[in-house]
Design a protein around this ligand. Structure first.
Ligand code: KG4
Ligand code: ZN
Length: 332
């Protein structure tokens, strides 16, 4: 079964061709990140315009790379949310047009759940991960711990009550005058430093809860930096130290709660997904316990959309041409 996946929820335009839900024949990604950099964040209007320009060339490139003709596509899968509405609509409209003109079924996929599904597609993982599993999703927009018993059987175990983990990385980087996106910058700068004690409180709510709160640590970093700045001591070495303390507190909180959730749910399989799963410290701390998708599958991509779309289709789901997008929340 050949699935064509489309992802346009944020600043990446991606089209992938996936065979039988796991074998990635192509996964082409174009990004408008550079156009957003001067603004320190994704500008929705710029993102939707970039998708309009990139989608057809990216689709052509993906089909060519997979050596698949459009007529051989059996299923069209598309991200329906969460994301920027204007961006989502570009992908959804294209998917509907393809589905209608090819006479092939259409399936809308949740972007957040797809980030976890990416871990099940990674063919380098032997033996392959299976449901049930605990999923940790850490991205610029989401921080969730989920229990997944199947592609459409999902229960939220823990979540952030305010900022997402990636958002906290981006905001702290901004406070420190580092580039955007902040996560990779902090990761790079923190390398080599090894905080022995935690300078910032771990962003967890309480011992018994699996929820997070990242706004407090961001404020704590802000006041710390202001205090050091006033004293005229904000050197590159101090910035490095702050980055490593911040990163350590965030990663320890994520790891602690994910392992506790797996224990409570009596599950061994843990999959980590979303942009922050690229973080080297998080990977090191969870190396023995969790599956991380390969770097290409960690970033926003359409292979994970095609993969989850195929699994949902096989479980009996499909959508009509009335399919709409949603900016927030998530849907199985
Ligand atoms: O999943 P993603 O590509 O986009 C969505 O938010 O859906 O995640 C982007 C986020 C950004 O906040 C970025 O700063 C963060 O992932 N990120 C990282 C790293 N690489 C990307 N955060 C920490 N360490 C990294 N190495
Ligand atoms: Zn994402």
């Amino acid at each position: 079964m050949i699935t064509l996946g489309i992802e346009t929820s944020c600043d990446e335009t991606s089209v992938a061709i996936v065979k039988d839900g796991r074998k990635i024949l192509s996964n082409v990604v174009a990004s408008s990140l550079k156009e957003h950099k001067p603004y320190g964040g994704v500008v929705p209007e710029i993102a939707s315009r970039a998708h309009l320009g990139a989608l057809l060339p990216v689709m052509d490139a993906s089909l060519r790379k997979a050596k698949i003709k459009l007529s051989k596509v059996d299923l069209v899968a598309v991200t329906r949310g969460p994301g920027l509405m204007g961006s989502l609509l570009v992908g959804i409209s294209a998917a509907k047009a393809l589905s209608f003109s090819l006479g092939k079924p259409l399936i809308g996929v949740d972007h957040v759940i797809a980030h976890i599904y990416a871990g099940l597609m990674d063919t380098k993982t032997k033996p392959p991960v299976r449901f049930p599993l605990i999923g940790l999703i850490v991205s610029g927009g989401h921080t969730l711990i989920l229990r997944m018993d199947g592609p459409d059987q999902i229960r939220i175990v823990g979540r952030t009550l305010d900022d997402a983990a990636g958002e906290a990385f981006d905001k702290v980087a901004k406070i420190l005058g580092l580039g955007y996106p902040g996560g990779p910058e902090i990761d790079k700068l923190a390398r080599g430093a090894s905080p022995r004690h935690l300078q910032f409180k771990k962003p967890i709510l309480s011992k018994d809860s699996f929820d997070f709160s990242f706004s407090g640590i961001k404020t704590a970093v802000y006041y710390k930096v202001r205090e050091i700045e006033k004293a005229g001591r904000l050197s590159p070495a101090i910035k490095k130290e702050i980055c490593s303390h911040f990163q350590e507190a965030v990663c320890q909180a994520l790891v602690e709660k994910t392992l506790a959730a797996a224990k409570k749910e009596h599950l061994k399989n843990i999959v980590v997904g979303g942009g922050v799963s690229a973080n080297s410290r998080l990977r090191a701390l969870l190396r023995k316990n969790a599956i991380f998708p390969s770097m290409a599958l960690c970033q926003d991509n359409a292979a994970m959309i095609a993969g989850l779309g195929t699994a949902l289709f096989r479980a009996g789901h499909r959508n009509s041409l009335d399919l709409t997008g949603y900016p927030n929340g998530h849907k199985a």
